[in-house]
Ligand binder design. Structure first.
Ligand SMILES: [Mg+2]
Length: 251
């Protein structure tokens, strides 16, 4: 199938821990040289967009502000559209990108707050939800890989609050179709001819394929052997790394 552009997951595809994955900076250069449009699309919510761009630049990944699409951007648009007044259960660093926190919140916006997931904050969120508050989650990824091993992401905390309150979260990040569409639209891309590249079989691959995109699972980042068959079942192709994906996209 023809490929006219790419959506690239970031953590686990372009970098891992404290370094770019081998060949990732060159892969971006090759896409630019070939004028193949792409967007970076991430569920990462531990740092603001500006800091993520700086981090990528440090790794030799030169990305423009408009080439990176984050869930906090989408949250601002959705929460403003809904007229909701959120309590922010997000990482301190991310607050700069989020909608302002309301004095009398009627909803909860949850991201990967890491050490900020204290009992007190989770319980405050629970009390808002059990009173009928709306529940927005930047993502519900289960875990991701850091330099020291796998680490809990936002998903387990979303599940805990859903379980206690009976309120289902509206997930704004991948695999929500709106997020894939927003990223593709911003690059003038159409789903059928756009390849979503990710290490997360659930959020990146199954989500994108369900939304009408092509899927490319990479064997880097959080990839585990059992994901291979699952990616194939979803109708995606499996590649050793971003290098191989770009080879094929430009072939
Ligand atoms: Mg990833």
């Amino acid at each position: 199938m023809r490929i006219e552009g790419l959506l690239l997951d970031v953590d686990g595809v372009l970098y891992q821990g404290d370094a770019a994955l081998p060949g990732a900076p060159e892969a971006l250069h090759r896409l630019r040289a070939a004028r193949m449009p792409f967007r970076l699309i991430t569920n990462t919510t531990r740092m603001p967009k500006a800091a993520l761009l700086e981090k990528l630049a440090r790794f030799g990944l030169d990305v423009a502000e408009n080439e990176l699409v984050t869930t906090a951007q989408i949250a601002r648009a959705v929460i403003s559209r809904d007229g909701a007044k959120p309590y922010l259960l997000v990482h301190e660093n991310l607050k700069v990108d989020c909608p302002p926190e309301a004095e009398k919140p009627d909803s909860v916006l949850l991201g990967d707050a890491a050490d900020g997931f204290t009992f007190e904050r989770l319980n405050k969120a629970f009390r808002i939800l059990i009173e009928g508050g709306r529940f927005y989650a930047l993502a519900r990824n289960r875990y991701f890989r850091t330099a020291t091993g796998l680490e809990l992401d936002a998903g387990p905390f979303v599940a805990a609050l859903e379980y206690a309150s009976g309120v289902e979260a509206h997930v704004l990040g991948k695999p929500d179709p709106n997020f894939f569409h927003a990223a593709a639209d911003s690059a003038g891309l159409t789903p059928a001819t756009t390849l979503m590249v990710g290490d997360d079989v659930e959020a990146d691959i199954e989500g994108a394929v369900r939304t009408g995109f092509q899927g490319a699972q990479v064997r880097t980042g959080k990839f585990r052997a059992a994901d291979e068959a699952r990616a194939h079942r979803a109708g995606a192709r499996v590649y050793s790394s971003i290098i191989e994906v770009v080879d094929e996209a430009l072939a």
